[in-house]
Design a protein around this ligand. Structure first.
Ligand SMILES: Nc1ncnc2c1ncn2[C@@H]1O[C@H](COP(=O)(O)OP(=O)(O)O)[C@@H](O)[C@H]1O
Ligand SMILES: [Mg+2]
Length: 243
């Protein structure tokens, strides 16, 4: 099997592991979007997060690397206010009322198919603006523009079941961008995609992102992680890296 530019999987992994990592280029001058201190999350006897502390600043591009079950999704859910820590604290100093984070200020892109099956791609993308009270015509116009940006104009009228995996993930990215969020939490958005499609998704996502929008992207794909500016590593619930 030679899926990666003519390299087999083992050669590809060895090649990726030998590449240089991004420089630590984060500046910590602004008020953090999210700051978390000593965060723990226990599920019964499973300690999914074991005391993590860090902050996310405007414009951050952070790869959250870690093997399956290491705690990446749990951390993203806590950072987006979808879940509460068992100990420690998560705060959103620059984002105001923590009950009003979504869908306006914080947006998610999930690993699994997350589009609403009975709605077209366009209607799925318009949804966050409708939730925020936009007029339907305005929401549809902006959704059409977002689909155009992500090279998806031709599939605007299709249902999720009529899309390829890569198209569906790009629609989910378009939906996440709709409210011009200050933070996007992307949970293995390229997890179901082959390496070329994954890189294309990263191309369009990074190109569409406003300079001040922070992105935290969980992945176990080293080639995807290298597209980001800094790397956090999660192993067994312990967070390390360029925190
Ligand atoms: N809702 C849940 N209930 C029970 N255990 C959970 C739940 N969510 C996650 N876990 C457990 O927490 C650990 C971390 O899971 P997760 O954050 O999904 O890891 P990752 O996203 O890195 O694959 C795993 O052991 C997982 O089984
Ligand atoms: Mg996960």
């Amino acid at each position: 099997m030679s899926d990666f530019n003519g390299l087999n999987v083992a050669e590809h992994l060895a090649y990726e592991a030998a590449q240089p990592w991004p420089e630590a280029t984060r500046t910590h001058e602004q008020t953090p979007l999210v700051s978390f201190e000593n965060v723990r999350r226990d599920f019964g006897t499973v300690a999914a997060i074991k005391g993590a502390s860090a902050a996310i600043y405007p414009g951050d591009r952070i790869a959250l690397l870690g093997s399956s079950g290491s705690g990446k999704s749990t951390l993203l859910h806590l950072l987006g206010g979808l879940d509460q820590p068992s100990g420690g604290a998560v705060e959103w100093p620059a984002l105001g009322d923590p009950t009003q984070l979504r869908p306006g200020k914080v947006a998610f892109v999930f690993q699994a198919q997350s589009l609403m099956p009975p709605l077209t791609a366009l209607e799925n993308v318009a949804l966050p603006l409708l939730l925020l009270g936009a007029a339907p015509e305005e929401a549809q116009q902006q959704a059409a523009a977002a689909l155009e940006t992500l090279e998806l104009a031709s599939i605007a009228g299709q249902l999720p079941e009529e899309l390829s995996g890569g198209q569906a993930q790009r629609v989910a990215v378009a939906r996440a961008l709709m409210t011009r969020p200050q933070l996007i939490l992307a949970d293995e958005p390229t997890g179901q995609l082959d390496s070329a499609t994954a890189q294309h998704l990263m191309d369009v996502l990074l190109a569409a992102l406003g300079p001040d929008t922070a992105l935290v992207l969980a992945t176990h794909d080293l080639a995807v992680a290298r597209r980001m500016q800094s790397v956090w590593r999660m192993e067994n619930g312990v967070l390390e890296g360029n925190l």
